[in-house]
Write a protein that binds this ligand. Structure first.
Ligand code: HEC
Length: 133
């Protein structure tokens, strides 16, 4: 009996500890991490461009393009999660993609609009991490 209670308590604690994301098996263990680190790199480069007031298309377009391509990998690489959580996950991924498109539209208009769109993108990153990481 004691073992069973310990087991149930353990399972409960485990499930309360956070939502475990079950990654797509075909993507392997490294790919979900790689997707995230690549996005982190390109977000960082865009942040540096903004800080340095270097927001010409030549400086930022390649980063935005790659960010968009890698962000498009989030859903196939992470889903399905199951437990009715996929829809919420997709909402966060879509919010990120929309903000990356805003960055694309802001390209060529200087740093200000790009910085605002990048901030929205960064909030999309945080929103998903809050719920799923
Ligand atoms: C739709 C959900 C979602 C969005 C949007 C998202 N992430 Fe993540 N991110 C995750 C999850 C889930 C993990 C935890 C992955 C794991 O531990 O297996 C994670 C982990 C990470 C990590 C740590 C990687 C590692 O090796 O554990 C970094 C860095 C990261 N994200 C950066 C970003 C950046 C930058 C953005 C926005 C450009 C972003 N993420 C947007 C879901 C998301």
């Amino acid at each position: 009996m004691r073992v069973i209670i310990a087991l149930v308590v353990g399972l409960l604690a485990g499930s309360l500890g956070g939502i475990k994301v079950y990654q797509s098996l075909s993507a392997g263990k490294e790919v979900p991490h790689a997707v995230m680190w690549m996005m982190g790199y390109h977000m960082g480069e865009l942040g540096d461009a903004i800080k340095g007031d270097q927001c010409s298309p030549a400086m930022v377009s390649a980063h935005i393009d790659t960010l968009a391509r890698v962000a498009a990998d989030i859903e196939p690489v992470f889903l399905p999660i199951g437990d009715d959580l996929d829809a919420l996950f997709v909402d966060h991924a879509d919010a990120l993609q929309a903000s990356i498109e805003s960055m694309r539209s802001a390209t060529g208009t200087g740093c200000e609009a790009l910085a605002a769109a990048r901030k929205t993108a960064s909030e999309a990153c945080k929103g998903c991490h809050r719920d799923f990481r």
